[in-house]
Ligand binder design. Structure first.
Ligand code: FEO
Length: 166
């Protein structure tokens, strides 16, 4: 049986991953509307990936006989000026998720819940990958001198996002 504090944090994380999925779906919609098909595909894929993160925690809680409570999620940001703002928003979002995952891992460890700690290790590695991914995208933009404005660099960034492996 999981300790109540752990169950609460896991449930919070289920909802955070659900929110993350809607954040990326909204970023995808912004890109579609801006005619950035590659970026739209990238963010759509990321939205689905967040959904799998949600399912993973959902399943773990179910295995531990903890009922999941899906709450109402806040509206994701939808107003951006440029693709660069969208990319920065995604990166900042991932940093916040990393903080939540780290807090969960720390709490599980301190409460000697090593099963949950072991479970959450997958997410620690995943957050590292996500930060590396968005860091790489930002580095590519900087290398191109991309500031989000229309032009050749925007076209290159859109294509880059279409094919980037995440
Ligand atoms: Fe599930 Fe991108 O954090």
């Amino acid at each position: 049986m999981l300790k109540p504090e752990i169950a609460t944090l896991l449930n919070k994380q289920v909802n955070a991953e659900y929110y993350a999925s809607s954040v990326y779906l909204q970023l995808s919609a912004w890109c579609e509307n801006a005619g950035l098909e590659g970026a739209a595909l990238f963010f759509r894929g990321h939205s689905m990936e967040e959904r799998t993160h949600m399912d993973k925690i959902f399943d773990y809680m179910s295995e531990c006989s903890i009922p999941v409570k899906i709450g109402s999620i806040e509206e994701p940001p939808s107003e951006f000026d440029t693709l660069m703002d969208v990319i920065q928003a995604a990166y900042q979002h991932e940093l916040k998720v990393t903080e939540m995952i780290n807090h969960l891992a720390k709490t599980a460890f301190e409460l000697q819940d090593y099963t949950t700690f072991n479970f959450i290790e997958w997410f620690i590695a995943e957050q590292h990958e996500e930060e590396v991914l968005f860091g790489k995208i930002i580095s590519k933009a900087e290398m191109l001198g991309f500031n989000g404005q229309p032009g050749q660099q925007l076209h290159i960034m859109d294509n880059y996002l279409r094919f980037i492996k995440d």
